[in-house]
Design a protein around this ligand. Sequence first.
Ligand code: FDA
Length: 393
Amino acid sequence: MQKNSSFDVIIIGAGAAGLMCAQLTGARHKRVLILDHSDKLAEKIRISGGGRCNFTNLQASPECYISQNKHFINSALSRYTPWHFCELLNQHQLSYHEKTLGQLFCNQKSQAIIDLLDFLCQQAQVIRLMSTKIFDIEKTTRGFKLETSQGTFLSEALVIATGGLSIPQIGASSFGYQIARQFDHNIITTAPALVPLCLDKPQLDQLKDLAGVSFFSRVSNEKINFSEHSLFTHRGLSGPAILQISSYWQAGEAIEINLLPEESIFTIIQAQRSSNKLLSNFLGGYLPQRLATSLTKLLGFDPIISQLNKKQLTQISQLIHSFSIHPCGSEGYKKAEVTRGGVDTRQLNSKTMMSNQIEGLYFIGEVVDVTGWLGGYNFQWAWSSAHAVATSF
Ligand code: FDA
């Protein structure tokens, strides 16, 4: 490619949001260049959803996203909905299925989605350069000038789609935040989200026999609660319910876990007062046996049911329905699915994603302070925010 090649739009980041934006913009007859520092295309799509990409969620609505600016999400999400992405897959004969809670997964491998977006980019004559380092971005009177390892490029519009900080080993970087700061944008403090939580040694010692035990739970803090499975690990807790609450967790806070959210253990025991089963075996009828055994160790008693006194019943009920943990941290960006925080949406136009202060500069996808729940919401944000930019040209 020639030095000083010029484009209508340059997109930095060939991930979910960048590819979507590139193909939609190219299809509108704009000359589009997409740059990525990685040698592999859209690695996060490839590893997502256990290799089957949970590409959207039918229940996607603004309440399922965390942002300092709640209403920002409405416009993009309402104009490009989960059904629009399903329609795109239908048009290209890609099939999918719904798991729990509106989560849609590919029947094919995740690579099928990458291939589709790549094909649409080629069809729209998007130029894509991988393994490209961007050294400098300058605002010019007519747009932007980029100095890169593959030459100098000019464009009228610049879209930053460099994602968040999670999984640095596959190309995540803080580049998008640096560019935002360069152009005087505020960054909402970032933190790992949708991430397993760690417990300190005393708590781990108490729960050490439980690694690998999974159970249905309701986890809550003062802000929110989630009813899904939790999983004890060697470092603490994981599983969908824990990943969900991790996005709302602040250091120092406790998290409460209801280990039997759909029943009352008090009522169950009262109804079987004459049982001569040991408490641990009795609880094993309602909870995984290893969990039941550990709970009786924590309680410090394991009598037969008929010998339980009222005080013990209250203690059992409290432990099972209000099991409290005090995470000492999270497993960090290496294990986080997403990054909470990012480019402050109060400085972006919610219809176009354009910066309110720099004409022609756009931010989309995870780099923006919009963080979805677990279950397809983050890809939906990538598609919707990309669509908002493309349709503004
Ligand atoms: P994305 O990370 O996809 O792309 C950013 C691109 O920018 C990358 O290609 C990167 O190489 C490039 N880049 C970064 N720095 C650069 C630089 N300095 N110069 C040039 N290029 C640069 N979500 C969901 O909805 N359903 C799911 O099933 C899953 N599953 C899942 C599993 C795992 C293990 C992870 C880590 C994440 C998920 N997610 C998910 C989250 C989802 O992958 C994520 O929110 C989207 O990929 C975000 O899309 P973006 O395009 O914003 O960033």
